[in-house]
Design a binder for this molecule. Structure first.
Ligand SMILES: O=C(O)C(=O)Cc1ccccc1
Length: 308
């Protein structure tokens, strides 16, 4: 019975994402922070961690990015993409005009700023560790209102002031399911590979050189983020998401080239994309596994003394 540690407490979007992936037998375990969910898997206390990685409005979840780049490596085996619309929960009996404080995860607050300005103008926003942690805070009298996932209303005895709240229609959040390194998920033909790189040296063109290793092999880059490296200004880790699976020749070849060029290269997994609509560009002629095999045979023949 695999256990999934998710960014909790109960009632977060991360729980919703974990449920979208989990089987009936899986045990779901809420953890207070993203690093704690990852630490539970590293320590063998849980099999899988489910954490948010990016939002289509607010961008990267930096707590996840930072925690994935350090300590024992974990690898993603799946991703879940959820539409994000919020509910606003208040202590029972409290009217909208009486709300003075509203708490939530910073990503949630940022995505409902406009709504709060219009509907709860007297409320000052406060960051909570997660959307559901904000609901717990409201229950405990710490805040008047919480901006939460819809499912939080069924976990906590609070009144629903509003549902379907979002400044930007169609906002999505992407979650990763991560395990200790082991057997890779089989390639599906619509996969994503995630890596973290630190350039070998600070010099002109070094990022372009790294990206060229991908471009030369016809690999589509779907995301690039940077985060500070070891607290130094001017030193960065780059997080790259690319189309394809590491067992495919062009991807393996590109990763091997980056390994030669980079001070650090961390493999964060090759896993199926959540939706076919997120599928990237087709593999260009010259970059298929068949092309690599044919080129390998030709090279072996030349090295063997024949000139095919
Ligand atoms: O706090 C949560 O519910 C999370 O899972 C993180 C989050 C916060 C805001 C939008 C999507 C996910």
């Amino acid at each position: 019975m695999p256990s999934i540690a998710y960014f909790g407490p109960q009632g977060t979007f991360s729980e919703q994402a974990a449920r979208a992936h989990a089987g009936d037998e899986d045990a779901l375990v809420p953890m207070r922070t993203v690093p704690l969910a990852l630490a539970a898997v590293r320590a063998g206390e849980a099999d899988i961690a489910c954490v948010p990685v990016e939002n289509s409005v607010e961008g990267a979840v930096s707590a996840t990015m930072d925690a994935l780049a350090v300590d024992e490596p974990l690898v993603a085996v799946a991703e879940v993409v959820l539409p994000v619309r919020f509910s606003v929960l208040v202590r029972p009996g409290l009217a909208a005009e009486e709300v003075r404080t509203v708490a939530s995860h910073p990503h949630a607050l940022a995505q409902v700023q406009g709504w709060l300005g219009e509907h709860l103008p007297a409320a000052s926003p406060t960051a909570a560790t997660s959307t559901a942690a904000a609901a717990v805070g409201v229950l405990e009298g710490e805040w008047d209102a919480a901006v939460t996932a819809p499912v939080a209303a069924s976990h906590y005895a609070l009144s629903v002031l509003a549902t379907d709240v979002a400044d930007v229609d169609g906002a999505m959040t992407r979650f990763l399911l991560l395990r200790r390194p082991g057997e890779l998920p089989a390639p599906t033909g619509s996969d994503r590979t995630s890596i973290v790189v630190v350039a070998a040296a600070e010099r002109t063109g070094v990022l372009a050189e790294m990206l060229t290793e991908l471009a030369l092999r016809g690999i589509n880059l779907t995301r690039i983020e940077s985060r500070p490296h070891q607290g130094q200004l001017g030193r960065y880790r780059f997080y790259l998401d690319l189309d394809g699976h590491v067992v495919e020749q062009r991807v393996g070849d590109a990763l091997a080239a980056l390994h030669r060029r980079c001070q650090e290269l961390r493999f964060l997994g090759s896993y199926p994309k959540a939706e076919p609509s997120l599928a990237g560009a087709a593999v260009l002629t010259g970059n298929t596994d068949h092309d690599y095999a044919a080129a390998g045979e030709w090279l072996a023949a030349v090295r063997g003394g024949s000139t095919p």
